[in-house]
Design a protein around this ligand. Structure first.
Ligand code: PMP
Ligand code: GLN
Length: 388
């Protein structure tokens, strides 16, 4: 007798590109500019806070389901002080196992089978998988290169909304393109969400990684949005502790209750002692956040200049720690083949955009490089890439 297929909803997804490419970096001894993680850890005093929490017996047993009160309060204070968004730490903040679990729980809670979910394409890989797990249908709206930026076509977004659209899944600053949605773009998205009565789930994990004149604006701050927005962020990018997996959600009590109902059956709780450390991290002085930005901006420029010299067309990102290139000036057109060959050709690993598209041909010539690495590592990568 033939067995029914295993994991039919996820069969299309296979291994994540990040796992594949990081393994390739290790097996070929390449410089890994693929998966986005820093190669230096976050502040010592925050690491010490985690050690102290473990030694003091804080969080070593199951913490409360919504997260420890210290962290929920720190998240609420962060949202109020930075953005003027007021959330009750007891009913409007939920701690999760990284943003990844927050995304999964939000989609599982809020999407009914058959609902359509609009996502900006190229989209972060877990979005597609989580929409599929929720039984929803993904409706991509493509960001297209325009000048030095990938741009959202607001008419296309409007046209993508149907009677079955349940929510818009946003991501700003945007991985992989580095686009930071502007006030005008966000206002238009907000107006559309209000007009069509849509929920918005917004992934803002790169909220502190914005450069030059770009400004991160949470969509929850726009008129009519607070009550329909689920905002997601995490400590991984902001504090350079991607392995700790501490994330959080802010939303109305009704939305938080819905997301928590899914979250409690995914992990119930996680990262007990790290939650105390992240509570401290969120209260670091402003100099920490500006220092992180300045450091990454310099690294962005180092890598962008090196890639341009090596012959790539470079989109200098306004946010995130990823930089997108177009490989066509190198006489290449297939980013997947290019990235698979790159370790052999010059000992560097990067990520092909195509895997983040439904219509892979649209992303084919684009390749993403991470610049959250030590300066000497980026210099080494630039030297290697110059041999192309
Ligand atoms: N969203 C985006 C856009 C990301 O790039 C990432 C990963 N780096 C995540 C979510 C996952 O965040 P976390 O590591 O906190 O789960
Ligand atoms: N968010 C990271 C990236 O885009 C990867 C995280 C992961 O491996 N899931 O590179």
């Amino acid at each position: 007798m033939k067995r029914p297929p295993l994991n039919s909803r996820l069969a299309a997804f296979g291994t994540t590109i990040f796992a594949e490419m990081s393994a390739l970096a290790v097996s070929t001894g390449s410089v890994n500019l693929g998966q986005g993680f820093p190669d230096t850890d976050g502040p010592d005093r925050i690491a010490e806070a985690a050690v102290r929490a473990i030694r003091d017996g804080r969080g070593n047993q199951y913490p409360p389901g919504p997260g420890v009160p210290e962290l929920r309060t720190a998240v609420a204070d962060h949202q109020r002080e930075r953005y003027g968004l007021v959330y009750d730490p007891d009913t409007e903040v939920l701690v999760t196992a990284g943003a990844t679990e927050a995304i999964a729980a939000a989609l599982l809670a809020l999407v009914e089978p058959g609902d359509e979910v609009i996502a900006l394409e190229p989209y972060y890989d877990s979005y597609a998988a989580c929409i599929a797990m929720a039984g929803g249908t993904r409706v991509p709206v493509t960001l297209r290169p325009h000048g030095d930026r990938f741009v959202l076509d607001l008419d296309e977004l409007r046209d993508a909304v149907t009677d079955r659209t349940r929510l818009i899944l946003l991501n700003t600053p945007h991985n992989p393109t580095g686009t930071v949605l502007t006030r005008e773009e966000l206002a238009a998205i907000a107006a559309l969400a209000v007009e069509r009565d849509l929920l918005v789930v917004t992934d803002e994990v790169y909220e502190h990684l914005v450069f030059d004149t770009a400004e991160h604006l949470p969509i929850a701050t726009f008129p009519g949005m607070r009550e329909r927005t689920v905002t997601i962020s995490s400590a991984g990018k902001t504090f350079s502790f991607t392995g700790w997996k501490v994330g959080w959600v802010t939303a109305t009590p009704e939305l938080i209750t819905a997301v928590r109902s899914a979250k409690q059956y995914l992990t119930y709780v996680s990262a007990g002692p790290f939650q105390y450390a992240v509570a401290e991290a969120l209260r670091l002085p402003d100099t920490y956040f500006t220092g992180l930005r300045d450091d990454l901006r310099a690294k962005r420029d180092l890598l962008a200049d090196g890639l341009a010299q090596a012959g790539f067309a470079v989109f200098r990102p306004q946010g995130t720690y990823f930089l997108t290139t177009d490989i066509r000036p190198l006489g290449e057109s297939d980013g997947i083949a290019f990235c698979r060959a790159l370790p052999e050709r010059c000992g560097v690993v990067a990520i092909p955009h195509a895997v983040f598209y439904d219509h892979r041909e649209q992303g084919a010539p684009f390749v993403r490089f991470a610049f959250c690495k030590r300066t000497e590592v980026l210099q080494d990568a630039v030297k290697r890439l110059a041999s192309l």
